[in-house]
Design a protein around this ligand. Sequence first.
Ligand code: ZN
Length: 151
Amino acid sequence: MRYWGYFTAKLAGAAATLYGLLLLIDSIWPAEKNPPLIAPLRDGPELLGYNLLMMGWFLMCVGAVVLIVHDQRRRCRICLRRLRMPIETGSWGRMLFLGRPRIEYICPYGHGTLKEEELQISGREAPVWTPNSDDLWDDLCASSKESDKES
Ligand SMILES: [Zn+2]
């Protein structure tokens, strides 16, 4: 819940900033009260400048959303810190032994691991978040428990 709240807050902050910028642009170039049906040629350069400015504003909106989504994907789902220490695992040459190549990021406080496929062959695959258990000894003793069951 906190994860999505942070995402929503970032989107709302960007929307408020960009809307303020839009109001500033609107105060510089106010809309005509009674615009003609066909755009007049007399204001061509001014209209071109206005349209280029609006295109730049639109690109800023798209860029802000892309940056927010990219930043949010690389955050811990619990503490919201940026995930660190990317490790490449797997190998195409030894795929049956090591698995497909992927990049794993971990939370610096050990809350979980994000596994992202290195190559998106069959469409875009969502990265997999695996939370770690709260008890450190569970993860450390898991391998010995499995070996006890086998014997
Ligand atoms: Zn964390």
